[in-house]
Design a protein. Structure first.
Ligand code: SAH
Ligand code: SF4
Length: 339
């Protein structure tokens, strides 16, 4: 979508009344309009002159995939400068969750992640993140359904793009606009401490998930290279402050990599940090994405879960849908467009 400031400037320069800018903004975020012609609340002449100056969408859908079961859909979009961005819709009986990309590629470089192996290209703007959500909202509308949750777990590290990610949360949350509750939003991070601190202060109701994956610094340095800058002690200190400030549940993620991070030493080290009120561990079965790692069997995941529970950790297995269309959250990588 177009930035509100751009709408306001255009409306003012065209000599139209300032309330027209609000109507455009609401036509985009509530009416889900894709062009000005649909904005019939505006006079015809204003629609035409706005259309001549501004393009409402920042992203063009290029290609779609749907899982055989129909519960996961993925779309590849092209940005105006020709980069690929992917977003996923996860359908549940009573929820529809959109998994949003926050960057083109990712600079963190986790070796098991396709975004990481791609490297970093550029930040996405809040409007580009919004457009991923609006796309699915439009698709769901004829079914009488809405987007109920948004998770920043697509391509990129959202807290290395904290300004735009927080602005996107504000846009999603805006009662005059898309009006999705902050509690329906989740940000997943590898533990960018200044970003966590901003979240505690500026968006305390947004859910936080910390990608842990390993509980000793030597292994985590390898699996999550940013651990060399924000090691386990400083990440967990930030987590403790976050929970104190927000009084909300804090989620940790552990991508299950058999033979790598499912040994007794890891379970014991993780348990000693995670046995705290409000801490919750989600196991994510690794979806084959290369990098020399293999996907766990169901039994391997279940046995790891039981060992965490036996060690006193609240632990569940997260459904990791869309593996067959490479649409599992965090597995997004664009190939076609960049090629
Ligand atoms: N950069 C952020 C958010 C995007 S990744 C982060 O790392 O937290 C979202 C989640 O998907 C992370 O927990 C990540 O470790 C996980 N993930 C990445 N690649 C995966 C894969 N191939 N299979 C399963 N989970 C994966
Ligand atoms: Fe980046 Fe997250 Fe992938 Fe690591 S797992 S490379 S932080 S997107």
């Amino acid at each position: 979508m177009i930035a509100r400031s751009e709408i306001e400037t255009a409306v003012a320069e065209l000599g139209a009344a300032s309330y027209r800018a609000r109507q455009v903004y609401q036509a985009l975020t509530q009416g889900l309009a894709v062009d000005f012609e649909e904005m019939t609340v505006l006079p015809r002449a204003l629609r035409a002159s706005l259309g001549a100056r501004l393009t409402p969408r920042t992203l063009e859908p290029v290609e779609d995939w749907r899982s055989p079961a129909g519960d996961t859909e993925k779309t590849l979009f092209a940005t105006r400068d020709g980069h690929g961005v992917e977003a996923v819709l996860l359908r549940y009986p009573r929820r529809a969750t959109v998994c949003v990309s926050s960057q083109v590629g990712c600079a963190v470089g986790c070796p098991f992640c396709s975004s990481g192996r791609l490297g970093f290209t550029r930040q996405l703007s809040a409007e580009e993140m919004m457009d991923q959500v609006l796309h699915w909202a439009r698709l769901l509308r004829p079914e009488g359904r809405r987007v109920t949750n948004v998770v920043f777990m697509g391509m990129g590290e959202p807290l290395l793009n904290a300004d735009e990610t927080l602005r996107a949360c504000g846009l999603l949350n805006d009662p005059e606009g898309f009006a999705l509750a902050a509690r329906a939003l989740s940000i997943s991070t590898v533990g960018v401490v200044p970003g966590i601190e901003r979240l505690s202060r500026e968006a305390p109701q947004v859910n936080l998930a910390v990608s842990l994956h390993a509980a000793t610094d030597d292994l985590r340095d390898r699996l999550v290279p940013l651990n060399r800058r924000f090691g386990l002690d400083v990440v967990f200190a930030a987590c403790a402050r976050h929970v104190r400030a927000t009084r909300r549940k804090l989620f940790f993620e552990w991508v299950v990599l058999p033979g790598v991070n499912d040994g007794e030493e890891q379970v014991a080290a993780a348990a000693s940090r995670l046995r705290r009120p409000l801490y919750h561990l989600n196991l994510i079965p690794f979806n084959e994405a290369g990098g020399g790692f293999r996907a766990p069997t169901r039994d391997e995941v279940e046995s790891l879960r039981r060992r965490f529970v036996a060690a006193g950790v609240r632990c569940t297995v997260r459904r990791s849908p869309g593996g067959e269309i490479e649409a599992a959250c965090g597995q997004l990588a664009l190939r076609r467009l960049e090629r």
